[in-house]
Design a protein around this ligand. Sequence first.
Ligand SMILES: [Zn+2]
Length: 468
Amino acid sequence: MRQFWTLLAFSWIVACSSSSVSTAERTNSSEKAPLATVLKEETLEPYPGLKIDHVQFSNGLNAYIIPREQNGTVGVVVGYEVGSRFEKVGRTGLAHLFEHMMFRGTESFPEPFQTLSEWSGHEFNAFTSDDQTVYHEMVPLKNFEDALKFESERMRKLLITPQGFNTERGAVVSERKMNYEDSPGGRLHFELYQTAFDKHPYKTTPIGWQDDIERASFEDALSFYHRNYAPNRASIAIIGDIKTDETKNLLLKYFGSFEEVPFKGLDTPKETLYRKNRKKTIHLKTQAVFLGDAAFAPTYNDKEAFAELFMCVLFADSTSGYLQHTLVEKGIARSVSASCSPSVDPGLSTITIVGVPKVSAATLEKKYEEAKKGFLAWAKNDRFENIKKYFEISQLESMRSPMDFATSIVSNAVTAKDPLYSFKLVEEVKKLKFEDIEKQFKTREKIGHTRILIIPAEKNDPMKKDKK
Ligand SMILES: [Zn+2]
């Protein structure tokens, strides 16, 4: 899956202090009769014997319940249809900042980090991407109901205070400096999106601009929360030692009193996909050259998404891809990787190459350009078929962990509007012919490319907003 997720760092999590004043709405769901009803129930079965009970409630909440033996544990994943795609110019970074706010405490759980740690050790986290924000925890069965209560309070009754907001704002500014401004990997990702996009909100990535984060007011945060954290913008997956009917009743008990918040969808600006290539060089205190090569990518609705993704696997998979053989094994690059999953609007398919220290940017670029010419001849016949099998196994393997599986269901429900998109992907890749890859590779060459080179230097170049 694509997504350069900004994972919550544990270092600052522990430092968070709780607040006691709530400015959020206060309604007690457990005392009120549930307003929502069950609109639709169905059982999805992507593979024989693998059953997912889907329940849609009248307030728009979608639940995916997966009962299975799991040593007395239950995984809870809540995904919201909100990410940096929903942000406006001058108001960037709010979705990710809000991911931090969601750990500030609720009425019944004023110290979420402590509570979640007691329930689950370190098996909880969250991430924000361009298209979604996801929260997940794995808890013992005895804490399952409390975990649902906690997630319901986070959805509509979070405790938000100006003091908590300022603390998280500071944490995000530090995270930004450490993981994006001064880190070659994060900086490469940010600069690729900044340079490739002119007007689409993907341009700024979830980390946002520091001055926007510093300027955001408490009222901005509050209104962002009330607009976006709502049952009709959420999907929840529950996996483990639970029963569907009991779980459904618990969901009604804790989420049933929440009303839908009208949302008409987004009218995002369209980028010009066929345009001249762009290139930018950044100096950073780093040992090696980093080369990022990106092209606009298909969306979840484009059938080319499957060929694009598998082409990237063939070309730059970090274990079996073509560039691994031509650049890494020949001592030119230290690593290669590809990130080519679709997104809601056209995003970027990115190839990243980290040079071996002392290999210059010019050499790395030259070797990369030369290598590209030999790709299709290399990928033909046996390699194409073998890597297809490897891809299928690795995709299914990646869903073996209950948490990863539940996250994939929620994430696909929220973004692709198809909870089984990962299964569809495996089936569609199986059907691909070599000619599909050839065609996609040639099409991709015509689409606007963006290249960023990060070059070792004594000083870091500052991040600059362009004046477009
Ligand atoms: Zn963060």
